[in-house]
Design a binder for this molecule. Structure first.
Ligand SMILES: [Zn+2]
Length: 214
């Protein structure tokens, strides 16, 4: 079960279709893991995107939302959405188009001793969608991100000074945030990230790398 979720305003924007392609993708991947947010989104969808468009920022009353969620839960099983099955079950459905052959066949490049990176989509002036793969117990030197960054954990887990993150956890960090992630010892960690700009090493030992990280 995910512990870190997108906030409700962002989920409402997702339903209303007002998020960027990149934010939409990250929320969709989180929903793949998180029944709690998925139920919330389905409740909002049932209330209607038109209503959301007309009332920007108006909170939906708890009683109305609960009534809608109850109506969804009382539907017969066959009427509920079912997840299609894919060839690579480790790849969440919203990522299947970008990672059609599974994680192991991607052209990973080694960025640091414990860290491999694969850019899966780069738009000329937009953010970059990448996968980061950290070896079990691997520590990434302290760094910051020169712009906003979204992360969803896909496999394994990592921790930093603010918490422990597991599959499905959704993180949004601004450019000022500095951290030093460490992967869990039990298995490799794979994260999906959207970054506006490349990361920037702040640990003095690794600052020489900054020109190579773009
Ligand atoms: Zn969630």
């Amino acid at each position: 079960m995910s512990k870190f979720h997108p906030d409700q305003a962002r989920l409402a924007d997702y339903v209303a279709g007002t998020l960027s392609y990149h934010e939409t993708l990250m929320i969709a991947v989180h929903l793949h893991f998180c029944p709690e947010c998925k139920a919330y989104v389905q409740g909002l969808e049932a209330l209607g995107g038109v209503l959301l468009d007309d009332l920007p920022g108006e909170p939906v009353s708890d009683s109305l939302l609960q009534a809608t969620l109850n109506a969804i839960e009382s539907k017969p099983e066959a009427e509920r959405r079912t997840e299609p099955s894919y060839r690579h079950p480790e790849v969440p459905a919203p990522l299947q188009k970008l990672v059609p052959s599974g994680f192991d066949t991607l052209p990973w490049r080694k960025l640091l001793p414990h860290l491999q990176v694969c850019d899966i989509e780069i738009s000329p002036n937009g953010p970059k969608i990448s996968l980061h793969r950290i070896r079990p117990g691997g520590r990434i030197p302290r760094h910051t991100h020169r712009g906003d960054e979204y992360t969803v954990v896909l496999k394994g887990g990592f921790s930093d000074s603010l918490g422990d993150y597991n599959p499905g956890d959704f993180l949004y960090r601004s450019g000022e945030h500095e951290h030093e992630p460490v992967a869990a010892e039990s298995e490799e960690c794979i994260c999906l990230t959207v970054t506006e700009e490349p990361l920037k090493m702040t640990n003095w030992k690794w600052r020489w790398m900054n020109p190579f990280l773009s």
